[in-house]
Design a protein around this ligand. Structure first.
Ligand SMILES: Nc1ncnc2c1ncn2[C@@H]1O[C@H](COP(=O)(O)OP(=O)(O)O)[C@@H](O)[C@H]1O
Ligand SMILES: [Mg+2]
Length: 394
């Protein structure tokens, strides 16, 4: 299991992964924790599966082994980073069969890490590079969903450079198409980082200045004032999936904050702080069914895989339902929603493994290269000028 990473949600990832490592059936699976430090270094060791050990991170890493994988197709080994020296231990630390990424936010949930895994060719749980990347960028995600008829709140987007060059026109566009109040978000972060409400031009400018600190892509949405938030987890792949019971997260302020999400509420049975939530959400049967349908459609349209959580918004003023965002690697892997649906955490982990292996089998059945060698045909190859003397690689 791989977790941590260069992300503002580093700690949340560690907590989610430790929960999952505690839940997974150890009679069936050998679990190798792989922790990515905030600097991006990789470590393994049994101590990394214990969330309390992270209080003293330096001591923990001293007890752990620094490792790496090679971006070489078919090489599933975890190599020791410091294998040199006369007395240094030699050989790979472990050979992995499959990877379960439990990374949140940038450099993990956005498809970047999945790209490395695709390069290596190792089966892995969760969304592909494409689905992860599309799900991570709030602008691209909304464009795709809207194009497929899935309701999203009206929005305007721009880059920080566009804002710098044409602030007046963009602010006017926000005012004309959305009107106040609006909510300003960096396009590709999570956990409410850099998000804020604006009620007038001055606040809009302040909020955009804040969001620009985190991302060069900014989205401004109409603010749903009478908001009810409902989340639904989806498990499977885009051909066959099921949806969980719904939850209503409870917030302390207007915007569900980082603190609400991760520090609020009480400690759960695993000793983790659990955010306050109502499960199942109390909603009329038709609204529950419609939210489940939209969550499943969102998962399907974005080409998701494994377990994702779709966060929805109900506008109580008129009953409209909007898809707000998808979390392709949800915090806690949404295990509490699956438990409430009748699937234990251990079973959920089993399903993720099964789905990862299924995808690998399906990929293996697709043609990835033609058995023809155009170089052997002789004569000139178009566009190959300047290749003379190039070194060949095997
Ligand atoms: N259009 C909106 N209207 C009202 N509140 C919103 C809107 N969009 C987001 N929020 C509030 O802000 C929170 C964080 O926004 P979200 O888009 O989910 O970002 P994150 O990826 O940080 O979770 C939501 O949980 C909700 O409380
Ligand atoms: Mg959210």
């Amino acid at each position: 299991m791989v977790f941590g990473g260069r992300s503002t949600e580093h700690e949340i990832s560690v907590i989610s992964a430790c929960q999952a490592m505690a839940a997974i059936d150890r009679d069936k699976y050998d679990v190798v924790p792989v922790y990515l430090s905030k600097q991006g270094r990789w470590f393994t060791g049994d101590g990394l599966a214990d969330v309390t050990a992270y209080r003293n991170i330096n001591a923990l890493l001293d007890r752990s082994t620094e490792v790496y994988m090679r971006p070489v197709y078919g090489d599933y080994n975890l190599y020791r980073a410091n294998a040199g020296g006369l007395f240094g231990a030699k050989g790979p630390v472990a050979k992995l069969d499959l990877i379960i990424p439990v990374l949140h936010g940038s450099n993990g949930e956005d498809g970047i890490f999945e790209g490395v895994l695709e390069t290596i060719g190792i089966p892995y749980a969760g969304c592909s590079t494409l689905a992860s990347a599309n799900g991570m960028d709030k602008i691209i995600m909304k464009m795709i969903l809207a194009a497929d008829g899935i309701p999203v709140v009206p929005y305007v987007w721009f880059t920080d450079k566009q804002w710098f060059a044409g602030r007046e026109a963009l602010a006017a566009k926000v005012e004309n198409t959305l009107g106040y109040p609006v909510i300003v978000k960096p396009a590709n972060l999570g956990s409410s980082v850099g998000i804020g409400r604006a009620d007038n031009r001055g606040q809009l400018e302040e909020r955009v200045a804040d969001a620009r600190r985190y991302s060069s892509r900014i989205i401004v949405e109409r603010l749903v004032e009478q908001l009810q938030e409902i989340n639904c987890s989806v498990l499977g792949d885009c051909d066959e999936y099921r949806t969980s019971v719904l939850e209503e997260p409870i917030k302390s302020g207007e915007i569900l904050s980082y603190t609400d999400k991760y520090m609020g509420g009480s400690k759960d049975s695993r000793g983790m702080h659990a955010a306050a939530k109502r499960i199942p959400a109390e909603l009329p049967a038709d609204v529950t069914a419609e939210i489940g349908r939209l969550a499943g459609e969102t998962f399907r349209v974005l080409g998701c895989h494994g377990v994702s959580r779709v966060d929805m918004m109900i506008d109580r003023a008129d009953g409209s339902i909007y898809v707000n965002e998808i979390n392709t690697i949800p915090g806690s892997l949404s295990f509490y929603l699956w438990e409430a649906t009748g699937i234990s955490f251990a079973e959920l982990m089993d399903q993720l493994v099964r789905l990862a292996l299924k995808r690998k089998r399906e990929q293996a059945s697709k043609t990835v290269s033609y058995d023809s060698n155009i170089f052997a045909l002789g004569g000139g190859v178009k566009g190959a000028k300047g290749c003379k003397g190039a070194k060949t690689a095997r």
